[in-house]
Design a protein around this ligand. Structure first.
Ligand SMILES: Cc1ncc(CNC=O)c(N)n1
Length: 231
């Protein structure tokens, strides 16, 4: 017979879900932002969309470096029973496509990527990513942030693809990039890795991971706010 799990083990098993309930307001703020809702109801301002596109291209280039640093931590710190490296490598391969997609999309919308100057919210977010790249930061903390960054986009853009929405047809492809089922599956795999890591983490690491999750959610809200500003 399987040994009964202690209460502590049960809680750690679904740590992410516990945190999302606890921080529900900021999570909803990040995944149901007015910018996303405006795409969903078709009232999106095209200049806001172009601002988002140019700024996100810059962000994604920093994000690739961050993912590389998470991969290094996985190799050094995880026992990799869950195939973490394959999941992360799949994420990097998708980012390779994504960078090309941003270039194509930018030329379609007449956005000159070489002219884009990163705005404050973007610079702050990239600086936060850089802080997580330090070898001092544990794999558990970095992978928690990584999952949250991907999950916010997955949840946001999938919301624009639900039945009965009014998403403009020329923005469907953008929503599908992060809202498709494959990306949802990938986020689910990341979440399982995070929950597994948290289940064996020290109390200090767990606290740091929770703070990293909150930091990501705040940066995501600021990033959407910046796009809405439409500069
Ligand atoms: C600001 C931000 N957050 C999350 C993502 C999604 N990850 C990779 O594309 C993104 N592109 N931009």
């Amino acid at each position: 017979m399987q040994a009964k799990k202690t209460r502590e083990e049960v809680e750690k098993n679904s740590m992410i879900d516990t945190w999302l309930k606890k921080h529900c307001l900021i999570y909803v703020g990040a995944t149901r932002h007015p910018f996303i809702l405006s795409i969903r109801d078709g009232t999106v301002n095209l200049s806001s969309f172009k601002t988002w596109l140019g700024q996100d291209y810059i962000f994604v280039r920093a994000f690739v470096s961050f993912v590389a640093s998470v991969l290094i931590k996985a190799w050094k710190e995880s026992d990799d029973s869950g195939g973490d490296m394959e999941v992360l490598l799949g994420g990097m391969a998708a980012l390779n496509d994504e960078i090309q997609w941003f270039k194509n999309e930018a030329s379609k919308w007449g956005v000159q990527l070489s002219d884009i100057v990163p705005q404050k919210a973007n610079k702050d977010y990239c600086r936060f990513l850089e802080s997580l790249m330090s070898s001092e930061v544990k794999y558990t903390v970095a992978i928690t942030a990584f999952w949250a960054i991907e999950a916010v986009y997955q949840q946001s853009f999938a919301h624009c693809l639900e039945d009965g929405t009014n998403t403009p047809s020329d923005l469907q492809a953008t929503c599908l990039r992060w809202g498709n089922d494959g990306f949802g599956q990938y986020c689910h795999s990341l979440k399982q890795i995070v929950n597994r890591q948290l289940a064996k983490a020290s109390d200090d690491e767990i606290k740091e991971a929770e703070v990293a999750l909150l930091d990501v959610l705040e940066h995501e809200v600021e990033f959407w706010n910046m796009s809405c500003g439409g500069a």
